[in-house]
Design a protein around this ligand. Structure first.
Ligand SMILES: Cc1ncc(COP(=O)(O)O)c(C=O)c1O
Length: 399
């Protein structure tokens, strides 16, 4: 340090970046901008002639590393690695991607039983930008063919499988092929599965999005999202929308996802094991009318789920007899399982979709899709299966 420097200046001085060894764990780069080595270096980076970081909203080493890691997982086993861009939330991943792919006058084709927030975005925000959405049964291939032929403004096919909260599955390969042959770009929300269970890009889908808030982080302490794309040629346009709409992920939340992902494989196995045990228990309980879990042979999507998912996953929902009042009693008597509006955590969590995530969805649409007043969604955690079953048994006995 310069001995002639005033003490005030010494307080303000930044580190020189040269005095550390290589860290064992990815560091959090808590910096809003990056120092240019020289005027020439700055010019080269800004004009894209040289790779480098300039400003946190444009990119950050922690965030970019985590985005690449998720992209590598989603494209694991494929010839070419996908690209990834992290966003400030799952909703930001959906809105940023679709705003970059669509223009005024374009339309989206999707299913009726999407995550409630996505439905609301498509119904009450996108129309003001001149982007319409057609909600239909995506299992009906001849009906969607007719719809696409009649409405050439449809440019994107957007879907979730399994759906939230009834776990209804769609055939990813079939829909990706449909999109390709009809000139549509396909997008899958893979939040429920993670790449440990299914890799939509391998089935021909163009883009995957995640709410990394859920399983990828897994510990309920980060809000973020990611866009993963198969074709690097699409990256600049999406990145431009991201940096200018400002939905960038912050490095701390990205770092928490990075730490969480180290145990993703172990967690998804245990979530699936426990969910299977709970689903089997609930299916045999006299107060339960129906269980939606893709690991059960009784589920309408059992066949398709078994063909495209490596594990059945940790999400299920079940319907208690007695509707709203019984669901309320059951939830209020759970003790280990907490009532919290998220999913994918190591802890078991429950939700009453009709009074939370699906509050703004037309009740007749919810009813038609099996989201009744007696339906309880469970994100099965990685605790001991015996303790989880005991908790649900106690609560059901109180109805
Ligand atoms: C399937 C699915 N996709 C997207 C989202 C939105 O994610 P976020 O809350 O991180 O914006 C959620 C949130 O619950 C979700 O369940």
């Amino acid at each position: 340090m310069n001995k002639k420097m005033h003490i005030d200046t010494q307080c303000v001085l930044e580190y020189d970046g040269k005095s550390f060894s290589q860290p064992h764990v990815l560091p959090i780069y808590a910096t809003s901008s990056f120092v240019m080595e020289s005027f020439e270096h700055g010019e080269a980076v800004f004009t894209g002639q040289k790779q480098g970081q300039v400003y946190g909203r444009y990119g950050n080493p922690t965030v970019d590393e985590v985005a690449s890691k998720i992209a590598a997982l989603e494209s694991h086993g494929m010839e070419k690695q996908a690209f990834g861009l992290m966003t400030s939330s799952g909703m930001s991943a959906i809105s940023t991607l679709l705003q970059s792919l669509l223009h005024q006058g374009d339309a989206i084709l999707t299913q009726e039983d999407l995550y409630g927030g996505t439905t609301e975005l498509f119904k009450s925000v996108f129309p003001a930008m001149g982007i319409r959405t057609f909600f239909t049964d995506l299992k009906d291939t001849s009906a969607i063919k007719q719809l696409v032929e009649k409405n050439p403004e449809i440019k994107v096919l957007y879907f979730e499988t399994p759906s939230n909260p009834t776990c209804s599955c769609l055939d990813i390969k079939k829909l990706a092929e449909f999109a390709r042959t009809n000139g549509l770009l396909s997008v899958v929300d893979n939040t429920f599965c993670t790449p440990m269970i299914q890799q939509p890009l391998q089935s021909g889908v163009d883009f995957v999005i995640h709410s990394t808030t859920k399983y990828l982080n897994g510990h309920g302490n980060s809000i973020a999202g990611v866009i993963v794309g198969k074709d690097e040629a699409n990256k600049p346009a999406i990145w431009k929308t991201l940096k200018l709409m400002g939905g960038t992920c912050n490095p701390f939340d990205a770092w928490l996802v990075h730490i969480g992902m180290k145990t993703l494989g172990l967690r998804m196995e245990k979530h699936s094991h426990n969910a299977m045990a709970l689903a089997t228990f609930l299916e045999n309980h006299p107060k339960v009318l129906k269980v939606n879990y893709v690991g059960l042979k009784s589920h309408e999507s059992y066949e398709i789920a078994s063909s495209q998912m490596r594990l059945p996953g940790g999400m299920l929902s079940f319907e208690v007899g007695g509707g709203y009042e019984s669901a309320k009693k059951c939830i209020n008597h759970l003790s280990l399982a907490k009532y919290a509006p998220t999913l994918g955590d190591v802890n078991t969590l429950v939700l009453h979709p009709r009074t939370s995530s699906h509050l703004n969805v037309d009740p007749s649409v919810s009813e038609k899709n099996g989201i009744t007043q007696g339906l309880i969604r469970v994100s099965v955690g990685i605790e001991s299966a015996d303790d989880i079953l005991q908790d649900f048994e106690n609560a059901l006995n109180k109805i």
